[in-house]
Design a protein around this ligand. Structure first.
Ligand SMILES: Cc1cc2nc3c(=O)[nH]c(=O)nc-3n(C[C@H](O)[C@H](O)[C@H](O)COP(=O)(O)OP(=O)(O)OC[C@H]3O[C@@H](n4cnc5c(N)ncnc54)[C@H](O)[C@@H]3O)c2cc1C
Length: 449
């Protein structure tokens, strides 16, 4: 329970303990409100480093922390683990999956996105996307079990070379930041971390394929940086195919531009779609389902309903790193807009409950974009300057570790990273058997089918 001192104060319900929700809650520290933050998971996840968990470089607890422990010192906050299934703006209640409802005076929806399979939801099981700790564990299991199965099959007399090739072919669909970062990490995992561990296969022979339907990878980056990223991926052994549309996914692989590519490990890093917040509210959304919001991040016609982060379509005045105006533009689905919007909403609510004048309309401070590819290479687009290589990699590392929530995590991650860097090994190589799909079994089944 929140402390007795908060009794009778306005209720602020924040749905989602990701970047947007967490920073909104923090922005209300010491404000005269009762804050309830609801998340279907009990943890806040630092998603930018999730693929490091999926490829065994870090363990989940190094990039995730319980929301209630992050906010334990903020006495006006209560944390609830529950899945929200609806919002009733007329009666000002949030509804959870177990049938409970929670009254609010202000509600902040920060429920993020999920992957878009473009109408092929049956591909989800075959080509998982990376969005949660469970996904990361499952993907790590899928990758490592492919190597294990290949080793076992290769040891059998008369091993089927096609099966071995399919097992050692890793397909990534979509070359945005997540796809590029993931492809680079899998390539280095195969090339460096696993060498010497197997007796019948050479992990360096793994074929990592990155398919992108657009004419170039990292489409949101300047062309020069896309080209450099492409070239670096090629150097570390990733086979990048652009203008390559994945038309089908099944248990035996994918069909790309009409041609079949055999693979037992297909990972989805293509488009995203917003959480159903727009549907809950009956609000206007864009094509990706993101709620169109006002300049103060409220939903049109609802001055006490805010939508922020990946699930909001925000068009806002933007300034560069030095504070110079760049005009109004749609904000990208990355961590910084969510963080800044969360802080801003905290200020708006605080000003309303204390009777002070509200802040100016939201504007976005664009600090630039970074994507990391492998152990020592990254591309950096800081607006006024664009560069790639080791310096960009160091910048990526510093920023990401700085922003990790929780001091213990930062130290742990730095240490783990340093060890993996120098030894070229992966710390997290254990994976549970996927009881639901039975990874190993399914490979056999697929072969038979
Ligand atoms: C693999 C990956 C790599 C990325 N890399 C980068 C990067 O390098 N740099 C960068 O800036 N950004 C990166 N991003 C994007 C960044 O993580 C997001 O833009 C950011 O997390 C958005 O914050 P948010 O608060 O809107 O949503 P999230 O951080 O996604 O938080 C949403 C929260 O809502 C909860 N939730 C959802 N639905 C419900 C419900 N119905 N009931 C209760 N709780 C619910 C979820 O459990 C989650 O905790 C990456 C994302 C992914 C998936």
């Amino acid at each position: 329970m929140t402390s007795d001192k908060t009794k009778g104060l306005p209720n602020v319900v924040i749905v989602g303990g990701g970047f947007g929700g967490l920073y909104a809650a923090r922005g209300l520290a010491d404000a005269p409100v009762r804050v309830t933050i609801i998340d279907k998971h009990n943890y806040h996840l630092f998603r930018p480093m999730l693929y490091q968990v999926a490829t065994g470089l870090l363990s989940a607890d190094e990039i995730a922390a319980p929301i209630r422990s992050i906010l334990r010192k903020q006495k006006n906050v209560e944390v609830l683990m529950a899945e929200v299934v609806g919002v009733d703006p007329e009666n000002q209640v949030v509804e959870t999956v177990d049938g409970s409802s929670l009254h609010y005076d202000y509600v902040v929806l920060a429920t993020g996105i999920h992957y878009n399979y473009f109408g092929h939801d049956d591909w989800k099981e075959l080509a998982p996307g990376l969005d949660s700790v469970d996904d990361a564990d499952r993907i790590r299991g899928k990758i490592l079990s492919a190597f294990e199965t290949a080793e076992r099959k290769a040891a059998e007399p008369g091993a089927d070379p096609q099966l071995l090739e399919d097992l050692l072919t890793f397909v990534l669909v979509g070359a945005g930041t997540a796809g590029v970062e993931m492809a680079g990490t899998i390539a280095e995992m195969a090339r460096l971390a696993l060498t010497g561990d197997f007796r019948h296969i050479d992990p360096r022979s793994a074929h990592i394929l990155l398919f992108e339907a657009a004419p170039r990878i990292l489409p949101s980056y300047p062309e020069k940086l896309s080209d450099r990223a492409h070239e670096h991926l090629r150097q570390i052994g990733v086979d990048v195919r652009t203008s390559a549309r994945v038309e089908n996914v099944d248990a035996a692989g994918v069909v790309v531009n009409g041609q079949r590519v055999g693979s037992r490990t297909v990972l989805w890093t293509a488009g995203v779609v917003a959480s159903p917040a727009g549907r809950w509210l009956g609000a206007e959304t864009d094509r990706a389902g993101r709620v169109k919001v006002n300049a103060d991040l409220t939903v049109p016609g609802r001055s006490n309903v805010f939508v922020i982060g990946d699930t909001a379509a925000v068009v806002a005045p933007t300034r560069n790193l030095f504070g110079l105006r760049k005009g109004s533009r749609p904000l990208p689905g990355v961590a910084q807009p969510a963080i800044q919007e969360g802080k801003y909403v905290g200020r708006v609510i605080r000003s309303q409950v204390t009777g002070q004048s509200g802040p100016a309309p939201f504007w976005y401070w664009d600090k630039g974009n970074l994507a990391i590819i492998g152990r020592t290479f990254a591309v950096a687009d800081l607006g006024f300057v664009r560069f790639s290589g080791a310096l960009a990699w160091l910048l990526w590392l510093g920023i990401h570790i700085y922003f990790l929530i929780g001091f213990a995590n930062r130290l742990q991650v730095m240490l783990q990273w340093a060890v993996s860097f120098w030894t070229k090994r992966r710390g997290v190589r254990i994976f549970p058997l996927d009881r639901k799909t039975g990874e190993e079994k399914s490979c056999e089944d697929r072969r038979a089918s």
